[in-house]
Design a protein around this ligand. Sequence first.
Ligand code: SF4
Ligand code: SF4
Length: 98
Amino acid sequence: MSVRINNKSCNLCGICIDICPGNLLLKKEDKVVIRAPEECWDCAACVKECPTQAIELYLPSEIGGRGATLRAKKEGNERIWACKNPAGEINEYRIKIK
Ligand code: SF4
Ligand code: SF4
């Protein structure tokens, strides 16, 4: 699995680049790209911290079906994880954060 970056939503803040434990994300011209998708270990740190929800993580097919993705956003004291299945249905999971 790996991540997909929607560069139309990206503001080039660089948070994901700083936070990726594998140093896999980098700026290339005016885009953020993943340099070695096969080395991504799906930790979702970049997904969690991206302030514009520009990154989504492909989930293993056993979890959400082939092509299912995961995004995250922060609202107040909650992190909202949104899992989209291949049919486009979204299930949200709200987790309180400190
Ligand atoms: S999911 Fe983790 S390892 Fe993969 S690109 Fe994002 S921060 Fe890096
Ligand atoms: S954290 Fe999100 S908005 Fe910031 S550079 Fe990465 S993809 Fe773009």
